[in-house]
Design a protein around this ligand. Structure first.
Ligand code: MIG
Length: 800
């Protein structure tokens, strides 16, 4: 029996004393008397890898999570020893390794403060049933320490006091605290009382567990039912540094998303037949509600056979997709992993001929029931299968013109069986490291999403690919966007969606959203409106519902709600250049697009336990309304001064306050000094040639920097330098506002001018100087705001 606990079992084994030490380039190898080997690799000055084996030698080093683009190399490395310990010093860290038992302790190399230390440290049980070890690690948790991350866990931001399991699971109508659900992201961030943060990524794909002071007070532990004790330690001390260190290792999106993917998406299970899809699309245009994508769920297929079309519902998909495209709609279709057992079905026959389906330990195929009935399942852990799978998208993408693919059921989900997935004995190729489903389960969905991504990339080129996945393991963020699965139309789920999106961003995976309005059951208009208000501030923004309980389009709840929904979707479209910049920072540097307050300001202890408020991009503070009948709510404003987005009133942060928010409003604040770029409202991305970009400028006494990233919004020219990056510095004084611009990149935007809208200016404008040339100007008001129109390529302007 495998105990799902770290300590109880009396058969725990422990490393004994170290008898040899060797240094091999960046790796320090320690061997104990009882033949445990510990490898500590200095990946970077602030990133250490710890790897243990009890077998005298390590298995081949292989990981689906780690990207080949990860940076390596340190500035300083020195190993010394004293009678009790080895001392490893880098420019950022000091790591002690106890000679008595390999226990480690890590300190900040500058102020020598303790960051993280082993309690028992590495220990293990032998697994008689499966061979190998159940590998365990325990660390001391310090007073006041808080924990964040772990992917999609539907629990409060701070994980302290709870235990979690990582085993990707189809979780229809999951609820608060349901665990595990769809994703396995075994990475957490610890925040110490001295406000220093570090992270741990346990790169082990077996069923794993994390315990944050639940089993034992003051102990944090993690363990897995097989594989190696293999974890990475990242030092911040900034939380965002921890996350960027983690995504440096596990990767960031391989490309920028096409701008339209950041527009609004409409989905339902299922829009069919064609006339229905078209009627929905037409209604968006008629009601002038912006929308960029429409989805086809499983009913578009012939008997749920992937890569086929139901010709009765969709007699001419190519024509339909084109007609939708002519009206600005991108068509996205669902593709599941289960391939129907059917000798007249070419995908099935090919898969069988080529021996690409998963098999049980004793030889038979892995047979399971999903939507199409009995199915076989491609082994996406075989590179040849991934290649084959990617080629299956040729017709859909190249010929029919589908612009995105949605991967569902890839946990993998199987109906009516214990565990709702493959049995443990199923065999997998695992890229040449053959293994059972125990090891491959958590990465099966990731490898399917990866293969799908490869297909979309191949056949969309020179446009950018778009894929969305339900299951994920660490590293999946390199390939695809994701959603949070089958939620429910309840107020509690609205708050879960808020936390999950923040948590995913903190876990290195920012391209995320929830089913707006709830998948199961039906929201009332108020709940739908409040959910849209939150959803337009999520990187992926899509309404989806099961369709079993009525309509869930923006107009399904009466005119008042339609108007609120339109207003907020329009706001998203105005903010697209701002969101695109935030995405660029994420894709480029790994900075989370949504910042939980604790990540935004970890120095302020008030942020450590907050769930609701978050910062969207760098400068916009959002707090969703999460209760019915609300006229507003109390919320916490982080330290600093903030402009109320609706009234321009400036409020001092560092306090909780009441904010009014009738149904057509919600608490939104802009950081003082921010420069926010805005597009005109479009019904879809590219509908209009952008002729002018508005810069909303929020005056501040002092200095604040903002960035605007831009490129052609699709294609790969930006990789060759055809992007534009504007670094804007605002300097506000009593009688003067200075804005400096530093521009880089070779992309020239089609528009010529910026329209500056000045908020909170404490003086009346009489003079404008652009690059040292003076102009007398009137204080021009536009809806009560001072506006100025200037050429976009200025270097420095002075407004007096
Ligand atoms: O067993 O394809 O999460 O978004 O609409 C249900 C039908 C299968 C689950 C997905 C949901 C999708 C639905 N799918």
């Amino acid at each position: 029996m495998i105990l799902n606990t770290e300590l109880e079992y009396k058969g725990n084994l422990f490393p004994s004393k170290i008898i040899s030490y060797k240094k091999n380039l960046d790796t320090l190898a320690f061997t104990t008397e009882n033949n445990v080997i510990l490898h500590i690799t200095v990946v970077r000055d602030s990133v250490l890898r710890f790897r243990y084996t009890t077998r005298g030698n390590f298995d081949k080093d292989f990981s689906y999570a780690i990207t080949k683009y990860a940076s390596r190399g340190y500035n300083f490395l020195e190993v010394t020893e004293d009678p009790d310990k080895y001392i490893i010093t880098t420019s950022k860290l000091i790591c002690h390794v106890s000679k008595a038992d390999t226990r480690t302790a890590i300190f900040d190399s500058k102020d020598k403060s303790l960051i993280c230390e082993d309690e028992i440290g590495f220990h293990w049980e032998e697994s008689y049933e499966f061979g190998g070890d159940i590998v365990k690690m325990s660390k001391t948790s310090h007073t006041g320490e808080a924990y964040y991350g772990l992917g999609d866990k539907p629990v409060d931001n701070n994980l302290k006091g709870k235990r979690f399991e990582n085993w990707v699971t189809d979780s229809y109508a999951f609820g608060k605290d349901t665990d595990p659900i769809y994703k396995a992201i075994p990475f957490y961030t610890g925040l110490l009382q001295n406000k220093n943060a570090y992270g741990i990524f346990f790169d082990n794909t077996f069923r794993s567990f994390f315990d944050f002071c639940h089993e034992r007070r003051n102990i944090t532990s993690f363990w897995a039912q097989g594989g190696e004790m293999n974890y990475y330690f990242f030092y911040g001390p900034d939380m965002s540094e921890v996350v960027t260190n983690y995504t440096d290792l596990t990767g960031r999106p391989h490309e920028m998303p096409a701008l339209w993917t950041l527009g609004y998406h409409q989905c339902k299970w299922s829009y069919y037949p064609e006339s229905n899809v078209k009627a929905i699309a037409a209604k968006f245009r008629k009601l002038k509600i912006p929308c960029d994508a429409i989805y086809l769920d499983i009913d578009y297929m012939e008997g749920f056979r992937c890569f086929t079309w139901n010709k009765e519902y969709f007699p001419d998909p190519k024509r339909m997709v084109k007609e939708l495209a002519d009206d600005g709609f991108k068509t996205i279709v669902i593709i599941d992993p289960g391939i129907k057992i059917d000798d007249d079905y070419s995908v099935f026959k090919e898969g069988l001929d080529k021996d690409y389906f998963c098999k049980r330990a004793d030889g038979p195929y892995m047979k399971g029931k999903v939507w199409p009935g009995e199915c076989y399942f491609p082994d996406f852990t075989n590179p040849e299968v991934r290649e084959w799978w990617s080629d299956l998208f040729k017709e859909l993408v190249e010929d029919i013109g589908v612009k995105g693919v949605w991967n569902d059921m890839n946990e993998p989900a199987v109906m009516d069986v214990p565990g709702k997935t493959f049995p443990n004995d199923v065999r997998h190729e695992y890229d040449g490291n053959r293994c059972s489903h125990r090891k491959a389960h958590n990465i099966y969905g990731m490898q399917m999403a990866r293969a799908t991504y490869q297909g979309l990339k191949k056949f969309s080129y020179p446009k950018r690919p778009f894929v969305i996945t339900r299951a994920a393991y660490s590293g999946t963020q390199r390939y695809t966007s994701t959603w949070t699965g089958d939620n429910v139309a309840t107020w509690e789920h609205l708050s879960i969606a808020n936390i999950q999106a923040q948590r995913m961003c903190m876990s290195g995976y920012s391209f995320v959203g929830s089913d707006i309005g709830g998948f199961a059951e039906q929201p009332n208009g108020e709940l739908y409106a409040r959910w849209i208000q939150l959803g337009v501030f999520h990187p992926f923004c899509r309404t989806h519902s099961s369709g079993d309980h009525g309509d869930q389009e923006p107009w399904a709840f009466g005119t008042n709600i339609t108007n609120v929904v339109r207003k907020f979707i329009e706001l998203r479209y105005e903010l697209l250049p701002y969101l695109y910049t935030a995405f660029w920072r994420y894709a480029n540097e790994g900075i989370p697009i949504l910042k939980s307050l604790v990540l935004f300001d970890q120095q302020d202890p008030h942020t450590h336990y907050r769930n609701d408020e978050f910062v969207f991009g760098e400068k916009i503070l959002i707090c969703p309304i999460l209760e019915p009948n609300a006229k507003g709510r109390r919320m916490y404003l982080p330290v600093g001064n903030w402009y109320n987005f609706w009234t321009d009133e400036v409020v001092e942060g560092g306090q909780e306050l009441w904010v009014d928010a009738d149904l057509d409003s919600m608490p939104i604040f802009i950081k003082e000094g921010a420069i926010i770029p805005k597009y005109p409202v479009q019904q879809y991305v590219g509908e209009k040639e952008i002729e002018e970009v508005v810069l909303d400028i929020y005056f501040k006494r002092g200095k604040e920097t903002s960035q605007i990233y831009d490129d052609a919004h699709d294609g790969y020219d930006y990789i060759k330098g055809r992007y534009s990056l504007r670094d804007l510095t605002l300097i506000g004084k009593e009688n003067e506002l200075i804005i400096q611009q530093y521009k880089s990149g070779k992309y020239t935007a089609p528009y010529e001018t910026f329209k500056l809208r000045l908020h909170g200016l404490p003086f009346k404008v009489t003079k404008l100087e652009i690059d040292k040339e003076g102009f007398i100007c009137e204080d021009i008001k536009d809806n009560g705001e001072t506006t100025l129109i200037i050429s976009k390529d200025f270097t420095e302007i002075h407004i007096k």
